[in-house]
Ligand binder design. Structure first.
Ligand SMILES: [Zn+2]
Length: 267
């Protein structure tokens, strides 16, 4: 992005007019060391975002996934069986894109509440992992693919609040005082699956293939959804469409918000 005075504020990239009056930029992530993806369920990162994750991990960026629920209410069979099954499928999906670090919390699937408990849990993970960027999915009521799911709305909104909470010593002060977790504020917050992206992460064919493979890892889950399109049929065109926004062959589109990383210089 560019400030009012024309200076680059750190997310500047190759600018390609999209014809709408809004300039979408190639996201410059070369200085990042760590990225934390915060989502509601197993499989949420696999609808495109995992292609960007693969590009990041190939370049040496450490990526961690924080799943707020185990997705136990997402299949036709007993939730007690589904939670462990989906964790196993998620671990396989993580392996496809170079992610070793997977944390699954036990907030109830389908009943995710955007509140202080959720914000504290996300803020805790941000302080532990100390990411440069936090990634989540659209938290709008209406997403490009249709009406958004309740847990997705709660997850995204809590994540952006927690990204700020994590940087403030006086919010959830027990994290520092009792758990020894010093404040940490990420520099940027990325929201995926949005209808109004500001930036695109360029990815190559290998990243696209890894992304398709990562969703295919949710084998039992997808088998429960007979009308679900095949990952290989819809992910490559979706990533090609996003890539075209910046004149690249493939990409992953995000809406990017600057957080400033104030806590980094303050502490
Ligand atoms: Zn979901």
């Amino acid at each position: 992005m560019t400030n009012d005075d024309g200076r680059n504020d750190g997310t500047e990239g190759t600018e390609v007019p999209d014809g709408s009056g809004n300039d979408i930029l190639a996201l410059d992530w070369r200085d990042w060391k760590r990225v934390l993806c915060v989502v509601a369920h197993p499989d949420d990162t696999e609808y495109g975002i995992s292609a960007a994750v693969n590009a990041w991990t190939r370049a040496g960026v450490e990526v961690s996934y924080l799943l707020l629920t185990a997705g136990e209410a997402g299949m036709k069979r007993d939730p007690a069986e589904v939670g462990p099954l989906r964790a196993e499928e998620q671990r396989a999906a993580c392996e496809c894109v170079g992610v070793d670090d997977l944390v699954i919390l036990d907030h109830p699937d389908g009943h995710l509440v955007e509140g202080l408990d959720l914000r504290r849990d996300i803020a805790r993970r941000i302080r532990q992992f100390r990411p440069d960027a936090v990634v989540t999915l659209t938290f709008e009521f209406e997403a490009p693919h249709g009406l958004n799911q309740a847990d997705h709305r709660a997850a995204g909104r809590a994540a952006i609040d927690a990204a700020r909470d994590a940087g403030n010593r006086w919010v959830f002060r027990e994290l520092a005082e009792e758990e020894g977790l010093e404040p940490w504020e990420p520099d940027v917050f990325l929201v995926g699956q949005v209808g109004d992206p500001t930036h695109v992460v360029a990815v190559d064919d290998e990243d696209v293939a890894a992304s398709v493979a990562s969703l295919e890892c949710h084998r039992e889950y997808l088998a429960d959804l007979p009308d679900h399109p095949k990952p290989a049929d819809f992910i490559p065109p979706m990533l090609a469409e996003a890539g075209a926004l910046i004149g690249e062959r493939n990409g992953v589109a995000f809406r990017v918000y600057e957080l400033g990383g104030v806590a980094k210089s303050r502490d």
